[in-house]
Ligand binder design. Sequence first.
Ligand SMILES: O=P(O)(O)O[C@H]1O[C@H](CO)[C@@H](O)[C@H]1O
Ligand SMILES: O=c1cc[nH]c(=O)[nH]1
Length: 341
Amino acid sequence: MKEGCKKDEEAKESTLCGLNPCLKCLQPDILYHLGLNTETTDFPKVFGDVRFVCMGGTPGRMENFAYYVMQEIGLKINAATKLRNISEAGQRFSLFKVGPVLCASHGMGCPSISILLHELIKMMYHAKCKDPVFIRIGTSGGIGVEPGTVIISSEAIDGRLNPAHEILVHGASVQHASQLDESLADEIKMCHDPCKDSYEAVIGRTLCAHDFYEGQSRLDGAFCEYTPEMKKSYLETLQSQQVKNIEMESLAFAALTSRANIRGAVVCVAILNRLNGDQIKTSHDVLSKWEKRPQELVARYIRKVLYHNDDDDESEQPEDEAEAGAGGAGDTQKAPAEEAE
Ligand SMILES: O=P(O)(O)O[C@H]1O[C@H](CO)[C@@H](O)[C@H]1O
Ligand SMILES: O=c1cc[nH]c(=O)[nH]1
């Protein structure tokens, strides 16, 4: 358990801690951007079995991941089954539930993922989830790594290399530590097979920028008020400080998960090596293959945790949906995990 995190009455129910003490007074609690509330949805019944919350930038990636993870954890569905976007009413994020796995899109940048995380963390609290693991599966710009390499973040740092997510509250700066769970990073890394996988997976520091262009020292933005030499020097400094990649959500992800006593990991593929350029020239076909790499590792990890086995050993896999825990994909009335097309 997180240091200084006492188990209170709520913690007996969910394992989250450090949350807003007023949450229990909100009747109902409205998760506005997810289009859900505690009055019309029975959270413990619909989401109480969630053990993994996976997130990534785009709705399409997370829908594909939901179908992929369903197959990988052995949930049987028929070909006509279609997963329902549970947060469709909110019109901001997509959210799919596949048994114990929630898959959410988070948009771009810390403000967007922060909103999603506040609402997902409240969901875990109301649903009384026990020890949920949160994982971001994404893309990034690599620093001195071969494009296609998967980077599992050891910690998230800001542009000044500080391991903290800064927010302004009442006009004052508040910094929250952005550490990630080291043992979770190791467990995910162990799901990579250097003999079979055609790519490398490494653990390293991740720089989180608040912009894709100037914030990442690109020379190809609409504005650029620095020289190629200044860019080179900054990226080389990052490399010398064991920074392996740059993306745009890890600070908020790490800070909010650790504040809630949630184990979190960030697993991103590098789609270019920033030491060699700024523009992404790789074909969409190749990019979509690379994008699946973090998904593969994370699906293997989930499978391993659920069935306590190695990838080759299928002996403990469930026979059917019920055993695997395929469960409600939305409100309490809907059929589990799907609606027929
Ligand atoms: O990992 P994904 O969701 O692809 O997001 C990465 O790509 C976006 C920029 O293109 C940023 O949001 C960055 O973090
Ligand atoms: O260079 C990159 C690539 C993906 N995402 C980023 O934020 N930066």
